[in-house]
Design a protein around this ligand. Structure first.
Ligand SMILES: Nc1ncnc2c1ncn2[C@@H]1O[C@H](COP(=O)(O)OP(=O)(O)O)[C@@H](O)[C@H]1O
Ligand SMILES: [Mg+2]
Length: 234
């Protein structure tokens, strides 16, 4: 599903250059639940931005679902992004004057799905994240965990090939984090391919594989032998 080979990325600042990704290699198969773990500044978001086609590597290759991702113009990148990828962010990124249902329906609007079908699908995915009764509510009427579940429903609504989550539990307390991870595990059980970026070990261990980044290098890439249940124990 995802294959990167010898990926490099530097940020240029004046005459200086910061080498952030230093030759990364991995492949991710359909149906995997992978954590990209590393401390702050290790290059996780830089990597996810490249995988999400929001940025490009300086060198190396990236294939997504068999398509080489390189030199895409913004229109093409946006088209692939809509077709292949669903994003979940630390800060939810919901539109605060739109209801939960309208937020979830938005990607379908961009896919030119007719209104009635958009609304049906949005309700279906809200139900899947346990928020059917909240469809008409605005984001500021929802708790942090509920907002993130709306964001997850929105990502699912476009039926992407891969879900990419950058610190999805970063703004949530432990209990709510575990609820969100429980949902992510359930969505993965249904066959969805998911990447979770996190700096937290316990969140990483709720995934089935951990790719450990340190200073722009993969220092470990391992299968999680005992995937932690996302159940909060006080
Ligand atoms: N747009 C940018 N311009 C310059 N430096 C950047 C930019 N984005 C990130 N960096 C730097 O690159 C390094 C990796 O950042 P990032 O990928 O955001 O790490 P992480 O998500 O693991 O915290 C950090 O040192 C950060 O300061
Ligand atoms: Mg980051």
């Amino acid at each position: 599903m995802i294959e990167i080979k010898d990926l490099h990325k530097s940020y240029k600042m004046g005459s200086n250059s910061l080498h952030v990704l230093k030759g990364l290699n991995f492949s991710i198969a359909e149906g995997e639940l992978v954590a990209i773990m590393g401390s702050s500044g290790s290059g996780k978001s830089t990597l996810l931005n490249i995988l999400g086609m929001l940025d490009e590597a300086d060198s190396g290759t990236y294939d997504l679902d068999g398509v080489p991702i390189k030199n895409l113009n913004e229109t093409k990148a946006a088209k692939y992004r809509n077709r292949f990828l669903g994003f979940i962010f630390q800060s939810f990124n919901l539109i605060n004057y739109k209801s939960a249902m309208e937020n979830v329906a938005l990607p379908l609007y961009y896919q030119k799905v007719p209104r009635k079908e958009r609304e049906e699908k949005a309700l279906k995915y809200l139900a899947q994240v346990g928020l059917k009764e909240w469809a008409g509510h605005l984001p500021n009427e929802l708790s942090g965990g509920q907002k993130q579940r709306v964001a997850i429903a929105r990502a699912l609504a476009a039926e992407p090939k891969v879900l990419m989550a950058d610190e999805p539990t970063g703004a949530l307390d432990s209990k709510t984090s575990y609820e969100v991870m429980d949902l992510i595990q359930k969505i993965n059980d249904e066959g969805n391919t998911i990447l979770v970026v996190t700096h937290e070990e316990d969140i990483a261990h709720m995934c089935k594989r951990i790719v450990h980044l340190k200073d722009g290098v993969i220092v470990e890439d391992k299968k999680v032998e005992q995937v932690r249940a996302a159940q909060y124990v006080k």
